[in-house]
Design a protein around this ligand. Structure first.
Ligand code: SF4
Length: 271
């Protein structure tokens, strides 16, 4: 392996597993953290051992996300898309369940991201026997994002996936990077982060259960049609996106009937 950048959290056991030829799967959301992680990993891992995997969230993710991932992937790194098998959007599932995800009941992540990604990685290992079932599952989680994330272990065996001839480790390569470090890595690589960072500090679902009222207002202005769908869904099912239990029009100050705001040119479905 070439010399690694000091930024990467690289325990000796991890280094050995890469040397032994394991598959290195980069979970990418299109956000700044996964972009910086991709840049750094592509410098220390042979390209033919890397795969990027993204769970596309369709209408509820920011437009242009898949295109941004494709445009910033290093040459020779394949991208595997992992949509939900049912084809239903997150908003469809909210309607079916009669409730939005909650901070404790985060079924959105498990059902629309982790589950489909694990399915695709199992499939990838099966059709690429040269990896001998060895997988490093890389996530762009950083310790300074939150107290909960600071408690994560940056290298550990994934017991749930380590069955049926597979040996899987969860690895957080950029665990020690700050937000400034992340943007620096992207800038020094000659890349730009996703367009949403011109408006918001997070690249999540356009309307996320963790969004602040200010971010929800910005999202309502950028995507008025989707905003109206979320607000109408809240009213129909009698449950709110926000864990504060305050409905979107009250939180954002943007009335349900509003057709105004501005349209982001990158948003093809905002009208
Ligand atoms: S971005 Fe927010 S709403 Fe979307 S899947 Fe993640 S936690 Fe759930």
């Amino acid at each position: 392996m070439p010399a690694e950048p000091a930024d990467i959290h690289l325990p000796p056991a991890c280094r050995e597993t890469i040397r032994a030829g394991a598959l290195v799967a980069i979970n990418t959301s299109g956000g700044k953290d996964s972009q910086a992680m991709t840049i750094l990993l592509s410098r220390i891992v042979p390209r033919d051992q890397i795969v990027a995997v993204h769970a596309p969230l369709g209408e509820v993710e920011w437009p242009g996300t898949v295109e941004h991932i494709e445009a910033t992937l290093p040459a020779g790194v394949p991208l595997v898309l992992a949509p939900v098998a049912s084809g239903k959007s997150l908003l469809d599932r909210v309607e079916e369940r009669g409730m939005f995800p909650g901070v404790r009941q985060r079924w959105c992540t498990a059902e629309h991201k982790r589950g489909p990604i694990e399915r695709e990685l199992r499939r990838y290992l099966k059709i690429h026997p040269r990896f001998d079932g060895r997988l490093l599952n890389c996530l762009g989680i950083r310790r300074d994002e939150s107290a909960a994330r600071a408690g994560r272990v940056p290298w550990r065996r994934n017991e749930r996936m380590s069955v049926a001839g597979r040996e899987v480790f969860d690895w957080l390569p950029i665990f020690d990077l700050s937000t400034e470090d992340v943007f620096r890595v992207i800038r020094l690589a000659g890349q730009s982060p996703h367009w949403i960072y011109r408006h918001l500090s997070r690249c999540s679902c356009s309307f996320c259960i963790f969004s602040s009222p200010g971010d929800l207002r910005t999202a309502a202005e950028l995507r008025p049609a989707l905003y109206r769908r979320y607000a109408r869904t809240e009213r129909r099912i009698g449950h709110t996106l926000s864990p504060t239990r305050r409905p979107l029009p009250e939180l954002t100050g943007v009335p349900l009937a509003a057709g105004g705001g501005f349209e982001d040119p990158a948003d093809p479905i905002g009208a």
